[in-house]
Design a protein around this ligand. Structure first.
Ligand code: F6P
Length: 333
């Protein structure tokens, strides 16, 4: 971060949008973008409902008061959407008309893989510089150790699993708990480790019902009287309901219950970690645009600001941390 007010790219006006699934901390990131843009002498427009707003010209100028009292709020004041129209050439052509009409020199797009794919295609077609801020509870982007919202979502999941533990233990039951993560098991692994779950099923690992039943049988031999299993929604079985059905057929030691945590993981007050990261990435995104960056994502690597080309950030080769995975396994005995 530099406090010197340099405007190397000679930008005048930028737009900011949130797109895809919302994530706690997005508001803090919008605040970071708006206030740092003003600090550097730029005008800033808020684009409503993600790329939809860019297509429909749904924009409004923002000032420092537009982002007052939002740092602690979940959701996104700019609203979010998954725009199918922006995936079409015609949709992007309309979006470019808006960029010209409002004389936007650059964009900050806060979202996940879909948001960044859109930004990258848009740059290839129309040269509109975009810096991306990773905002998704799934934590499934390369080029950053964490995405905004992941910490809050795992805290929400752990809070819920702790409550389930109380009743599981009172009734000697097995709970199969489904957490979010379309194609990724980050929330599952971290929340399972923090909540002390017996087993985890995620898409990135060769986890299956056979292995799960072995773990449950070992737990029974070890005199466990209840068990918690965390399943990522995007796993091979398509979620907790199917896993529970298969387990019930072969393991009857406990009564089995299913809980799907669902969208509660997407809401709520962002944690300190998410707010601080969101503020830092907000400032860095504007500094990135000012330094002439485009099709780039700004993230945190080893707690330092890092810029990564969007095509690198989108590589789906981000692996679950083996150390965390192994720790969860060892501690579940
Ligand atoms: O934003 C990520 C995510 O919450 C995934 O974990 C989940 O699979 C998906 O979004 C759900 O999306 P929607 O709210 O559009 O159903």
């Amino acid at each position: 971060m530099t406090t010197e007010k340099k405007n190397l790219a000679k930008l005048k006006r930028i737009g900011v949008l949130t797109s895809g699934g919302d994530a706690p901390g997005m508001n803090a990131a919008v605040r970071g973008v708006v206030r740092s843009a003003l600090y550097y002498g730029l005008e800033v427009y808020g684009i409503r409902k993600g790329y939809k707003g860019l297509i429909n010209g749904n924009l409004e100028p923002m000032n420092s008061r537009s982002v007052s009292n939002i740092i602690h709020r979940g959701g996104t004041i700019l609203k979010s959407a998954r725009s199918s129209e922006f995936r079409t050439k015609e949709g992007r052509a309309k979006a470019y008309e808006t960029v010209k009409k409002f004389e936007l020199d650059g964009l900050v797009a806060i979202g996940g893989d879909g948001t960044f794919t859109g930004a990258s295609i848009f740059y290839d077609e129309y040269n509109v510089p975009t810096v991306g801020i990773p905002g998704t509870i799934d934590n499934d982007l390369a080029g950053t150790d964490f995405t905004i919202g992941y910490d809050t979502a795992t805290n929400t999941a752990v809070d819920a699993i702790d409550k389930i533990r109380d009743t599981a233990s009172s009734h000697n039951r097995l709970f199969i708990i489904e957490v979010m993560g379309r194609d990724s098991g980050f929330i599952a692994v971290r929340s399972a480790l923090a909540a002390g779950a017996e087993a985890i099923l995620i898409p990135e690992k060769d986890t299956n019902v056979d292995g799960l039943i072995k773990i449950l049988q070992d737990g029974k031999k070890n005199k466990k009287t209840s068990s918690l299993v965390v399943v990522a929604e995007g796993g091979a079985y398509g979620g907790a309901v199917e896993v529970a059905r298969l387990v019930k057929e072969r393991f009857t030691h406990y009564e089995t219950k299913v809980v799907t945590l669902g969208h509660i993981q997407r809401g709520g007050t962002p944690t300190v970690f998410d707010r601080v990261m969101a503020g830092r990435l907000g400032v860095a995104s504007v500094e990135g645009l000012l330094a002439g960056k485009h099709t780039t994502m700004v993230g945190l690597i080893h707690n330092k600001i890092a810029f990564t080309p969007i095509h690198e950030a989108l590589k789906m080769d981000r692996h679950i941390d083996e150390d965390i995975w192994e720790t969860a396994r060892i501690l579940s005995l």
